[in-house]
Design a protein around this ligand. Structure first.
Ligand code: NDP
Length: 273
């Protein structure tokens, strides 16, 4: 049995992280064991303490524990600090350090895998939940002409916009304010697709749109992606690449070697049809 890593979340059965990290370990010849831990609503702290006591070296953290993980760790990376959420933990020499690789994963998938430049583009990021908190700074770091964050509750969007205002041009709004607006890049970071729902977006947002990106993955053509396709957007993607890229960042952080992601992405991609 190799060094111990795991993903913790609830539900966790659907998680692809054990498959992804086992493939990374094989391709980089690292001796690790990677499991999945299902946390109940209340027992994140107890389960994480027990994992560390059993010799655990690192954890990936998924919904609904990213905020609890932020409170749990003793030290935060600058990225985790700005996001106010942690999606990876390293246990090292009695230290417990929190990171957030969601934004790096998203931007790396868009820019490197999908060859979608964000520089100078007008970008719509829908949803102001955990995934957006972890991603908006990395998007701003790419130098878009403007980033618009839209949420059902305008206050949530405005809060994130004000946090990002030092890094570039960023606005917060509700979905009503998107009428007659159009964007080069449209990213759905709401959880609507997990329930087969469509965020209340006007058709105008897809006019001239270069790519529609859905953070949810493995669901095929979600209502959001279908709307984009029906309105003429030709480049569509789901979050499988983001998932693999943030996993690769965690792996590199823990093991000091960055695995290639292409084979893993190919093996877990569900066709968008
Ligand atoms: P959260 O629960 O933190 O946030 C969900 C967001 O979606 C909130 O802003 C919420 O708005 C909004 N929302 C929910 N339903 C609707 C709706 N019908 N219309 C419009 N807005 C809606 O979730 P996360 O941010 O953690 O995750 C968001 C998505 O990203 C999920 O699909 C998740 O699977 C995916 N994800 C993918 C990752 C990857 O690696 N590919 C990594 C992380 C997340 P409000 O709160 O105002 O109601």
């Amino acid at each position: 049995m190799g060094d111990l890593y795991a993903v913790i979340g609830n539900p966790i059965k659907q998680s692809k992280s054990p498959v992804i990290h086992s493939a990374f370990a094989k391709s980089t010849h690292q001796n690790i064991t990677y499991t999945a831990i299902e946390g109940g609503a209340e027992d994140f702290v107890a389960l994480t303490n027990a994992f560390q006591a059993a010799g655990g070296r690192g954890l990936n953290v998924t919904a609904p524990f990213k905020i609890e993980a932020y409170a749990y760790v003793a030290a935060h990376s600058p990225r985790a600090e700005l996001a106010g959420a942690v999606n990876a933990i390293k246990f090292q020499d009695e230290q417990v350090i929190g990171e957030n690789f969601d934004g790096l994963g998203l931007v790396r998938d868009l820019v490197c895998n999908l060859q979608q430049s964000l520089r100078g583009k007008r970008i719509l990021l829908m949803g102001a939940g955990g995934a957006t908190r972890g991603s908006f700074q990395q998007i701003l770091a790419e130098g878009p002409s403007e980033l618009v964050i839209a949420d059902l509750f305008v206050e949530s969007a405005l809060t994130l916009a004000s946090l990002g205002s030092r890094m570039g041009s960023v606005q917060g709004c509700d979905f009503d304010a998107l009428r007659n607006e159009h964007f080069d890049v449209v990213i759905n970071a709401t959880s609507a697709s997990l329930r087969g729902e469509l965020p209340p977006v006007p058709a105008s947002i897809f006019k001239g749109c270069e790519i529609a990106y859905e953070l949810a993955y493995g669901l095929g053509l979600t209502p959001f992606l279908k709307m984009a396709r029906d309105l003429g957007v030709t480049k569509l993607a789901d979050g499988v690449g983001m998932l693999a890229e943030q996993a690769a960042e965690s792996f590199a952080w823990w093991r000091g070697i960055r695995p290639d992601t292409k084979a893993v992405i190919d093996s877990i991609t569900v066709p968008l049809s």
